[in-house]
Design a binder for this molecule. Structure first.
Ligand SMILES: Cc1cc2nc3c(=O)[nH]c(=O)nc-3n(C[C@H](O)[C@H](O)[C@H](O)COP(=O)(O)O)c2cc1C
Length: 348
C-alpha cells in the first residue's frame, strides 16, 4: 500500500527524538533531506543509517540515461538533499562532520554525515529550516517586479560558500541569446523519441496516487490534452510549443541565473547541489518561487555554447529562475523508511 505521498511534507519539528540515539535522530533528519528537488522527481537517493552517521548513496536505478547520461543531475540532487540535512541538524542544535566522496572505491557512496550528539551550533543556516517544506518548483511565469539587490548578493554569496559561482544574466541581449538556447534545447530534446519515452515514464496523470514522478500538467500541456497522459508525451513531439513557452518564460523572469562550478566531477556536482538548495531556501524563506530551465544543460553541445556565451571559466550546472510567483502544491515523496539500506554490522 502507498501511504499518502504528500505526508512527508507535513513533518513536524516537535517530533524530533531529542533524547533518542544518534541513529534515531539521523533517521528523523532524513525526513528533511528527502524534500529536496530532483529531475523528474526521481528521488535518486538511498541512505544507510549507522550508529553515529548516515551515508548517502546515489540510486542508479533511478538515473535518467537520456536526459542525464553521466548522472550529473542525479548527484546534484544528492547535494541538495545533503544541504537540507545540514540545515535540519543545525536547527536541532547538532554539529556534524561531513565527508564528501568518503570511499573513492565505492562510486555510489556520495557522502558520509556524522552527527555529534551534544554540541551547540553556531549556525549560519537557522533561518532556512522553515523554508525546507515550503520550497517548490513553480513552472508558472513570475512577476517582473525587480528583486532587491541584497537578495541577489545573498544568492551569490551562498554559491561561493559552497565553492560554486552564480552568474546573473541581466543584460537584455544576453537574456535573449539565453532564451534562444533554452528554446533550442527544448526542441532538440523533444525531437528525440528516447527523451520523450523517459519523460513519459516519470510523468504522472494522478500525482497524488504515486510516490515519485512529476504531474503531467507541469509540461504545460493543456488540461484537454493532459487526460491522454503519458502516452501523449511518448507519441507527440510537443517541442515547438514547449520551446515557445520556455522562451517567453525566460524572457520575462526577473532573475535568470546560471549556477556553475570550476570542475565537472562528482565533487563539483555535490557542491553545486548544496549551493542550489541553499539559494532556493533563501528564496523560499523570502516568499519567492524558484524554477529551472535546464534544457540547454542536457544537450552537450548547447551546454558548451552556453558556457562560451556567459564567458565564465568553468562549467555551468543549472539554470535557475527566481521571483514572485503563484503558490503551487507539493509533489509526492517516498517515505524515509523505504529509502534505508541495511545497516553495517561492523564499524568503520
Ligand atoms: C538538477 C535538476 C534539474 C532540473 N531540471 C528541471 C527542468 O529542466 N525543468 C523543470 O521543469 N524542472 C526541473 N527540475 C525540477 C524537478 O522536476 C522537481 O524538483 C521535481 O519534480 C520535484 O518537485 P519539487 O521541486 O516541487 O519538490 C530539476 C530538478 C533538479 C534537481
Amino acid at each position: 500500500m502507498t501511504s499518502n505521498p504528500l505526508l512527508p511534507w507535513s513533518i513536524s519539528a516537535d517530533e524530533f527524538p531529542a533524547d533518542g540515539s544518534a541513529s534515531d535522530q539521523l533517521e528523523f533528519l532524513l525526513g528533511y533531506a528527502i524534500l529536496a528537488p530532483s529531475p523528474h522527481n526521481t528521488q535518486p537517493w538511498l541512505f544507510r543509517v549507522n550508529a553515529k552517521d548516515v551515508e548517502l548513496f546515489a540510486d542508479s536505478d533511478r538515473a535518467l540515461p537520456v536526459a542525464d547520461p553521466n548522472g550529473r543531475e542525479l548527484v546534484i540532487s544528492g547535494g541538495a538533499a545533503l544541504f537540507n540535512l545540514r540545515v535540519a541538524a543545525e536547527h536541532f542544535g547538532r554539529t556534524y562532520h561531513l565527508e564528501l566522496e568518503p570511499a573513492p572505491e565505492n562510486a555510489d557512496l556520495l557522502a558520509r554525515f556524522q552527527l555529534d550528539l551534544h554540541a551547540e551550533t553556531p549556525s549560519e543556516h537557522l533561518l532556512l529550516f522553515d523554508a525546507i517544506p515550503r520550497r517548490r518548483t513553480c513552472r508558472h511565469a513570475f512577476e517582473t517586479t525587480p528583486i532587491p539587490e541584497e537578495l541577489l548578493e545573498a544568492w551569490s554569496d551562498a554559491a561561493a560558500r559552497h565553492g560554486a559561482w552564480l552568474r546573473l544574466v541581466t543584460e537584455a541581449s544576453a537574456r535573449l541569446d539565453l532564451a534562444e538556447l533554452i528554446a533550442a534545447g527544448a526542441r532538440r530534446q523533444w525531437a528525440d523519441k528516447r527523451f520523450r519515452a523517459e519523460l513519459a515514464r516519470w510523468s504522472r496523470l494522478k500525482p497524488h496516487e504515486c510516490e515519485d514522478g512529476y504531474p503531467i500538467t507541469a509540461l504545460g500541456v493543456n488540461s484537454m490534452l493532459s487526460f491522454a497522459g503519458p502516452s501523449l508525451v511518448r507519441t507527440f513531439n510537443l517541442g515547438k510549443s514547449q520551446a515557445n513557452t520556455d522562451r517567453e518564460i525566460a524572457l520575462h523572469s526577473p532573475v535568470l541565473a546560471i549556477l556553475g562550478t570550476d570542475g565537472d566531477d562528482v565533487r563539483s556536482w555535490l557542491d553545486a547541489g548544496q549551493a542550489m538548495e541553499n539559494i532556493f531556501l533563501i528564496a523560499a524563506a523570502e516568499g519567492l518561487q524558484t524554477s529551472y530551465l535546464n534544457q540547454p544543460f542536457e544537450v552537450p553541445d548547447l551546454r558548451e555554447q552556453l558556457a562560451e556565451m556567459i564567458g565564465n571559466p568553468g562549467y555551468p550546472q543549472v539554470l535557475i529562475r527566481l521571483g514572485v510567483g503563484p503558490e503551487v502544491p507539493p509533489t509526492p515523496r517516498r517515505p524515509v523508511k523505504k529509502l534505508l539500506v541495511a545497516r553495517l554490522s561492523v564499524h568503520h
